[in-house]
Design a protein around this ligand. Sequence first.
Ligand code: N2P
Length: 363
Amino acid sequence: MKLGSILGAAALAALATAAIAQEKVVNVYNWSDYIDEAILEEFEAETGIKVNYDVFDSNELLETKMLAGGSGYDVVVPTGTFLSRQIQAGAFRKLDMDVLENEGNAWDTIQERTAKYDPDNAYSINYMWGTTGIGYNVGKVTELLGEDAPVDSLALIFDPANAEKLAECGIHVLDAPTEMIPAALTYLGEDPDSKDPEVIAKTEAVFMAIRPHIQKFHSSEYINALANGDICVAFGWSGDILQARDRAAEADNGVEVEYSIPKEGALMWFDQMAIPTDAPNPENAHAFIDYILRPDVMAKASNYVYYANGNLPSQEMLNEDVIGDTAIYPDEGTLENLYTVTAYAPRVNRTVTRLWTRVKTGQ
Ligand code: N2P
């Protein structure tokens, strides 16, 4: 009897091992607050491929993993500027377009722009794109700076006189030098895409002047902090701030959050799905990307995260507060205010990294 039950357990264990060996998985590494998780469940139900979903909030962190290799990820989502450098380093494999049946849904207007980072769009396809601008608590900013508060200007944050007053209710800015430096350059009237170390160096004084008034350099906490009223201003990503607006409205806590694209100009960026060269499950990676490229899935994602996507037919399925919002889908006038940037060469990148460390530590 005893032997029988031991054999039974062994047989069961062998079966379980076989099941694990056969279980199909895809390891996805995406930005935080960037998907409706129902999409992942629906993908699993439809394909039988289990999604292991990890999140990050920094291109630098993702880049360290991509350049080191062996990350174990099958799908990652770097921003175009970082993607271009990582493609050159051999970090990604070409997408198999024959397998990606929904690739034809890619919006040519976006493809033209992303080709700047990934020539021929051979290694990546757009997930979402957006802008970097100002999130603010309407009530608190008006209270501290008056009705004429420059909420649509970089001066709201970069003018130390404003930052000093707003410090009372709290400012967060992104911990993303490749986005903060172009913004500071724009504030100074310089080319945001400048690669001249002397020009870039000018931003250090701008940051040092406001740093005592910045509560935190962080790239994801500001969503809840804005929504809860813990801070009143964030320099951050469009959809994140619109998600904060929604969370405040849902909490019905009297906090009103708005997003503005600074009139001096704002960064337009593109987050691209790509498959690492050493991805353990490249087939499943293609299946995942192809699923995301379905217009209904892409629309569901954008309706949830308030970012625009690069999928043309999805637009018919977008909610009016997404497709009809020029902060998400810019009209011609707004587009004129947006700039794009390219990657820094390694030497300039080191200058940028060191500058940013000094800014954050105040030394
Ligand atoms: C999502 C942030 C994605 C925008 N939370 C950064 N490229």
